[in-house]
Design a protein around this ligand. Structure first.
Ligand code: AMP
Ligand code: ZN
Length: 492
């Protein structure tokens, strides 16, 4: 399986450090507000990547931090007259809630910066002792980029070029403009912890590095984030690890493309800024997921409501196909004879799996994976239309299972969507009234009613046919005429 490694600018064959196991880390959010759909795109991409690695049989250990101490959190707390801890607690819970709604698997390990102060201080101390970091009179501690001959290795930047191109940050205490804070001396009203360098708090670049070392051990197999994190965040992370422990932080660096809204960068000032919460309040999570997975994770993703509406239709097409296949399987004549059409359909089902795996093995090409799934939807719909009276149970069930399994690998849970149609008990009375049904099963009653309606229509007895349909509609159900006959389903 091939994965694109940012550090080497190319796809490489993936070989885990320990056979059969993958240790991966994805930088988490700074918890000062609801996350936006750009953040969500990055987290969703790594959820898909993690699920596919699991599908391939790897035992995956996945860690993701919460940055719960940061300037943005402190500013928000000051604006609202609350403590920084209160703001961080509210938005950590909000983040986890939205991740659950979006169907993203919980990490195995979710460290929080404020609970990892000791691990960070140990790393900073080591960097000072080894000559890679220095304390300044104000109580800040900086990483010295000049002390690291390999600085720039991840992003491919050269320090001299960087210095020439950047405005120098006004800070007399830094030895180099690209030196970054490992520890920030406490300012009045800010959260702080005691340290050998005085009260203060950790710098952002420090937390992931210390947490990875503590919880996963370095190097890890995969380190990920949005492409905006390559420089300076990930460059600084890898620099600290190389200097502290004399080895790489990660073997493979993976970065997602940025989400844009109708071609523009998403930003509050342009008014095209959407939180994940507001989108999930209005649209099914699986439709948002399909929309995002239709674009390769490294490419920029253009979000628009038109595309989102399209994805709602795409999801419906998939769930309807699975429902129709299950319904057809249940109602197929059980003669067990496989026709030419059945055999061709069976071969297409097997080919779908291969096509899906080939696409996904190529740097998690989820767009290709979805194309394989929707290819099978087209084939299945055609089979149901063409096979008519000779529909066979086995290929229908196999196709439905295949669609559910492969969609599930991408995190789209069709089993949930297709099992949701619990039929109401009132159908029994309706069937008793219109067709003399004497049993107690709603699904049996549904079949009796549909048969009675079909018989009435065949006899051009429109009054009875309409009365049955109206009774069904009044129960919040719709009669759906599919290629393989009529069925009931709950109204959307
Ligand atoms: P932050 O809370 O700003 O550190 O962001 C959390 C994650 O979201 C990081 O991995 C960022 O790279 C990622 N991210 C931020 N903006 C976008 C965007 N517009 N599209 C995709 N990913 C993003
Ligand atoms: Zn990080």
């Amino acid at each position: 399986m091939q994965i694109y490694n940012t550090q080497f600018h190319k796809k490489q064959e993936f070989t885990p450090i320990d056979e059969g196991k993958v240790r991966m880390y994805v930088c988490g959010p700074t918890v000062y507000d609801q996350i936006h759909i750009g953040n969500a795109r990055t987290f969703l991409s790594f959820d898909m990547i993690r699920r596919y690695l699991m599908f391939k049989g790897y035992q995956v250990t996945f860690a993701q931090n919460l940055t719960d101490v940061d300037d943005k959190i402190i500013n928000r707390a000051n604006e609202q007259g609350r403590t920084s801890a209160e703001v961080a607690e509210e938005f950590s819970a909000a983040f986890i809630e939205q991740m659950h709604r979006f169907g993203i698997l919980d990490p195995d390990i979710r460290p929080r910066a404020t609970r990892e102060i000791e691990a960070m201080q140990e790393m900073i101390q080591l960097l000072i002792e080894q000559g890679n970091a220095y304390e300044v009179p104000s109580g800040d501690v900086y990483f010295s980029v000049r002390s690291d001959g390999a600085y720039g290795i991840l992003s491919g930047r050269d320090l001299d070029q960087l210095r020439a191109g950047e405005r120098v940050e006004v800070n007399d205490e830094k030895r180099d403009p690209f030196d970054f804070a490992l520890w920030k001396a406490a300012k009045p009203g800010e959260p702080s912890w005691p340290s050998p360098w005085g009260d203060g708090r950790p710098g952002w670049h420090t937390e992931c590095c210390a947490m990875i070392h503590r919880y996963l051990g370095t190097p890890i197999d995969i380190h990920g984030g949005g492409s905006d994190l390559i420089f300076p965040h990930h460059e600084n992370e890898t620099a600290q690890a190389m200097c502290a422990w004399h080895g790489a932080l990660a073997n493979v660096w993976m970065h997602t493309g940025m989400l844009r809204v109708e071609g523009d960068k998403m930003s509050k000032s342009l008014g095209n800024f959407f939180t994940l919460k507001e989108i999930l309040d209005k649209y099914p999570a699986d439709a948002v997921r399909l929309l995002m997975l239709q674009t390769h994770y490294r490419a920029p993703l253009d979000f628009s409501f038109e595309r989102l509406d399209g994805a709602v239709g795409t999801l419906e097409r998939l769930t309807t196909c699975v429902k129709n296949l299950r319904w057809a399987a249940k109602n197929a004549p059980q003669d067990g004879v496989l026709t030419e059409l059945d055999r061709a359909f069976g071969a297409a089902i097997d080919a779908t799996r291969e096509e899906f795996v080939t696409a996904m093995d190529d740097d998690f090409n989820s767009a290709g994976g979805l194309a394989a799934i929707f290819g099978l939807v087209t084939t299945a719909n055609k089979y149901l239309a063409d096979a008519g009276d000779t529909i066979s149970t086995a290929p229908c069930l196999r196709a439905a299972d295949m669609l559910c399994e492969l969609s599930g690998v991408l995190g789209v849970n069709l089993a949930k969507a297709t099992d949701a149609d619990e039929l109401p008990a009132e159908l029994v009375d309706l069937a008793a009234e219109h067709a003399g049904y004497a049993g107690t099963s709603p699904s049996e009653a549904a079949e009796v009613l549909l048969a009675a309606r079909a018989a009435a229509r065949a006899a051009k007895n429109w009054g009875v046919a309409d009365a049955i349909r109206n009774g069904i509609t009044a129960l919040g159900l719709v009669v759906e005429d599919t290629a393989s006959g009529a069925r009931l389903r709950t109204k959307e």
